[in-house]
Design a protein around this ligand. Structure first.
Ligand SMILES: Cc1cc2nc3c(=O)[nH]c(=O)nc-3n(C[C@H](O)[C@H](O)[C@H](O)COP(=O)(O)OP(=O)(O)OC[C@H]3O[C@@H](n4cnc5c(N)ncnc54)[C@H](O)[C@@H]3O)c2cc1C
Length: 668
């Protein structure tokens, strides 16, 4: 039975009440308790630093050469918080409500409310660390809007918010490393968890098996290592790269979560993928990466396509009255700032109907011309320039846009060779984030005692669609403010547990299984590259489990993935050796896990016959082509239990909405 451990009582008081009553571990006992943290992105670095500061003995792992290279560094646009600096009607309740509605009523109320509550603390914490958030002239932190909201609550540091936040968390982590509270293992990849039961005085096993450690591979020497922990935290990020092409960092993968899943951790809502509407379109077969143009650009940019099908004119030759600002037309209340799932589907709909632009016709325009004029006029007004010429207005407008979004515009120009100050950008949706992940309860514990999941690695607070600027908020909420309390509630009962020797048979057995799998992979000596399998998997996933899914396609995808798996395990070619630095071997290991995950994602998508958020089942849409939810049959979290190769059992966590009553989502 799934127990989400949501505290009783009024929604607004649950977290306060929990904190007031959860068990604590005294400082002397904290020093005896060891915690393993997998991942040092925003979720992992904030957790490791905070737990180290609290006095626990922490070991942190990442596969990059430095925690600072975690994928979190790529985050551009910003981080949400209910500070209401703008006095525009924001509140904790409104952030909670927007997030539940934005997630299409497929997230847990209690978790989301807690997230909204701690959001303001995150900003204070980061400012105290010296994170250089953008400020107004008077010194107050500046805000902008992201999709799915009507207030301005997004804090940002130019277009490098993730980088600046990570530097803040990393500094705290480094401090704990130098104090000896955290031991850092870079270039180490966790390849399995180790589980064992407690023993009584007579050495008999008692109770449920708990997570007590990991097997990691030193990626430089290829050696396997065993590490004990009283608890293990997976902060290993999202799995968008299952689609091959995505905006994620190339190294992002599912391996840590997948190994835990195979050992008994349920996987929550695996099919919920976020497709981001503003990415640079695919330009050819040679690509292995897609680039995001931050959602912040939708604050000021206007999205349009020509009103005429197959229009081949240049954007500048298409007069205003022949342009279709389709988001403003279809969703007047939110306009260009509708949530990502809605904006992505609308772009696909226009392109499929023959209104796409660019040579591939798989793109729409994101246009800054109007914003440049609007800002230019304001600046001229501020500077007291009367009757400014169009040229002067433009010059000042460009300066403002440069100040706000300059690095993003530069990036676009470097990649496409087009100057976005002069011509509209071309954008198209791309895979960006995974709302699915390891199922966790209110305390962020997975279905394995002692194993936690934080940040993008868990099935998260975002339901079926994440609002922009909410991932950083969630990762840091989990690491700085939630886990320090909830882990104490578990570890308070572990203070008598002595560190287990890594010579224990459970460790020996786990290491043996990892070694055998690596040897099996290396022993295949087939003909096809790891990359070619990944690419083929990605194509199946994008075509059949991407922006739109249907029953027939999903069934085909499952059969194709099963076939791909057989082929992979009989014909993959991995050059090099085991006992050396071998990135092809690392990748093969990850792709093997992606293949299994892909199958589960399709199974989950097939089971969920409704449309909700990022999961659009073609069979379930309104007459206007909007996603049609089915609350009477699908108001639950799907938590999948691994039962053997290609076999899973579905557990359902019913979602109860006491406060934010589900309605058909409307942004009109
Ligand atoms: C281009 C881009 C822009 C974005 N912009 C924003 C934004 O503006 N606002 C926002 O809120 N969100 C944004 N996001 C989303 C956000 O960046 C991520 O969801 C978030 O940073 C994830 O943080 P994390 O700590 O959970 O994981 P990550 O930052 O992905 O870190 C994962 C860590 O786990 C480690 N790891 C993984 N597997 C293993 C293993 N097996 N063994 C050892 N270590 C392992 C890695 O080394 C790494 O340290 C953006 C995402 C992208 C792709």
């Amino acid at each position: 039975m799934l127990n989400s451990k949501i505290p009783a009582g009024q929604l607004e008081l649950k977290w306060t009440d929990y904190k007031g009553h959860c068990k604590l571990v005294n400082p002397a006992n904290k020093r005896k308790l060891e915690i393993i943290v997998i991942g040092t992105g925003l979720a992992g670095a904030s957790a490791a630093a905070t737990l180290g500061e609290l006095g626990y003995k922490v070991k942190a792992f990442c596969f990059q050469d430095s925690p600072r290279r975690a994928h979190s560094i790529a985050a551009q646009g910003g981080i949400n918080a209910a500070k209401n600096y703008q006095n525009d009607g924001d509140s904790v309740f409104r952030l909670f409500y927007d997030t539940i509605k934005g997630g299409d009523y497929r997230a847990r109320e209690a978790n989301v409310h807690r997230l909204a509550e701690v959001s303001a603390n995150i900003i204070d914490q980061c400012v105290a660390q010296g994170v250089p958030f953008a400020r107004e002239y008077g010194g107050l932190l500046s805000n902008r809007s992201f999709g799915g909201t009507q207030v301005q609550r997004t804090f940002y540091a130019a277009g490098q918010t993730g980088q600046q936040l990570l530097i803040g968390a990393y500094q705290q982590l480094e401090r704990q490393i130098s104090l000896g509270n955290v031991t850092m293992y870079s270039r180490h990849e966790m390849l399995d968890i180790v589980m064992m039961k407690d023993k009584d005085k007579n050495g008999n096993e008692i109770g449920e098996a708990k997570c007590r450690g990991i097997i990691a591979r030193d990626l430089i020497t290829g050696e396997l290592e065993r590490h004990f922990g009283h608890a293990v935290l997976l902060c290993s990020g999202g799995y968008g790269n299952v689609f091959y092409l995505s905006t994620n960092a190339m190294g992002s993968n599912v391996t840590a979560a997948w190994k835990a899943h195979r050992k008994g951790a349920y996987f929550g809502n695996p099919c919920y993928t976020q497709i981001h509407p503003t990415c640079i379109p695919v330009s050819g077969d040679h690509q292995s990466k897609l680039t995001l143009m931050s959602e912040s650009l939708r604050n000021d940019g206007r999205i349009w396509v020509p009103k005429k099908q197959n229009d081949t004119r240049k954007a500048s030759d298409i007069p205003e009255e022949e342009r279709d600002y389709y988001l403003e037309r279809r969703y007047p209340a939110f306009g260009n700032l509708v949530p990502r799932d809605v904006a992505s589907r609308a772009a696909k709909e226009r392109c499929d109907a023959g209104y796409g632009v660019g040579s591939s016709k798989q793109a729409v325009y994101l246009d800054y011309a109007a914003a440049i004029v609007r800002y230019g006029k304001i600046e001229c007004g501020k500077l007291g320039i009367s009757n400014p010429s169009a040229e002067v207005i433009r010059k000042h407008g460009v300066d403002v846009v440069k100040e706000k979004y300059g690095n993003l515009f530069d990036m676009y120009e470097k990649i496409t060779g087009e100057n976005p100050y002069e011509v509209p950008m071309r954008i198209y949706p791309a895979v960006h984030y995974t709302m699915g992940g390891l199922w966790v309860d209110y305390e962020l514990m997975t279905s394995i005692p002692g194993l936690y999941a934080l940040g993008e690695a868990n099935f998260s607070d975002h339901g079926a669609n994440r609002l922009g600027a909410s991932a950083l908020m969630q990762g840091l909420a989990d690491g700085y403010f939630v886990i320090p309390y909830t882990i104490g509630n578990y570890l308070a009962d572990e203070i008598a547990t002595k560190a287990v020797s890594v010579d224990d048979p459970a460790f020996v057995q786990a290491e043996k299984a990892v070694r055998e799998r690596i040897e099996k992979l290396m022993g295949i000596k087939g003909k096809q590259s790891v990359e070619s399998f990944h690419k083929r998997l990605g194509k199946i996933m994008w075509d059949k489990c991407g922006m739109a899914r249907n029953e027939e396609g999903l069934k085909q995808a499952i059969a194709e993935i099963q076939q791909l798996k057989k082929e992979f395990w009989s014909d993959v070619r991995i050059p090099g050796d085991i006992k050396e630095m071998n990135p092809e071997l690392d990748k093969a290991n990850r792709v093997a896990d992606f293949i299994e995950l892909g199958e589960l994602m399709c199974k989950d998508a097939l089971n969920r016959k409704e449309s909700c958020g990022g999961h659009f089942r073609e069979e379930s849409q309104t007459e206007e082509g909007e996603a049609k939810r089915d609350d009477s049959n699908f108001q639950y979290v799907s938590a999948w239990e691994f039962k053997g190769e290609s076999e899973w059992q579905l557990h359902k966590e019913e979602l109860i909405f006491d406060v934010a009553k589900p309605t058909q989502r409307s942004y009109k």
